[in-house]
Design a protein around this ligand. Structure first.
Ligand code: GRF
Length: 205
């Protein structure tokens, strides 16, 4: 079985969308664990309710936490196939990213390479999009490298925002797209239908 770990720091709606696609049988996979830098958050609560393993990760040895090195050992021995960042707000150390090259993906609530980078998370992204007066926004799933929101783009979908009145309205519209493209991409990974060629990512039929 294809094995996934989800990293999240917030309400966990993207975690839920992947979980539901698995539960519905659309994705043949198993969520081995949810990792968070917060002990209390929606994602962790959801994981606990669904009896998914949870890990609290910290760089500074907080009580009850695991380190990134420990996570590497666990993920290697559990043969984890894919790590999904779904609203994980801490920078992940370079050695961890290198260990799982092309096995870590992130969902970003805008059309990269615009409106990404340090500080561009949550409502900040949608505020920036709103004040840019752009008529479209959307969501991006991309590989994770050592620079925020910089890795190769795997999938994107755009939406019309020409009639929105607030950043919150953009957030709401984009979230619906996120809940579609993230499970779609995870499914492609689980079916080995992701191909890299010449620094481009192709999703095979
Ligand atoms: C999403 O908008 C995602 O794109 C971003 O963080 C948010 C997480 O939302 N990276 P949720 O916790 O999955 O509801």
């Amino acid at each position: 079985m294809f094995r996934i770990v989800v990293f999240a720091s917030g309400r966990g709606s993207n975690l839920k969308s992947v979980y539901n696609s698995i539960a519905d049988g659309k994705i043949k996979a198993d969520i081995f664990a949810v990792v968070s830098n917060k002990k209390d958050c929606g994602a962790i609560d959801f994981a606990k309710r669904k009896n998914i393993n949870t890990y609290f990760v910290s760089n500074i040895n907080k009580i009850g936490s695991v380190s990134y090195t420990e996570l590497i050992n666990i993920f290697e021995s559990e043969q984890i196939d894919l790590i999904v960042l779904a609203g994980f707000l801490k920078k992940i150390p370079e050695y961890f990213i290198q260990q799982f090259e092309f096995k870590i993906i992130n969902i970003h609530p805008a059309l990269l390479p615009f409106f990404g980078g340090k500080g561009m998370y949550g409502i900040n992204v949608h505020k920036a999009v709103f004040s840019s007066c752009m008529k479209i926004s959307g969501a991006t799933v991309h590989f994770v490298d050592n620079i925020f929101d910089n890795g190769l783009i795997i999938a994107q979908q755009c939406i019309d925002i020409s009639d929105v009145k607030s950043p919150e309205e953009i957030a709401e519209k984009v979230l619906k797209v996120e809940h579609k493209i993230l499970p779609d991409v995870v499914k492609k990974f689980a079916e080995s239908k992701i191909k890299l060629d010449n620094d481009r990512v192709f999703l095979l039929e």
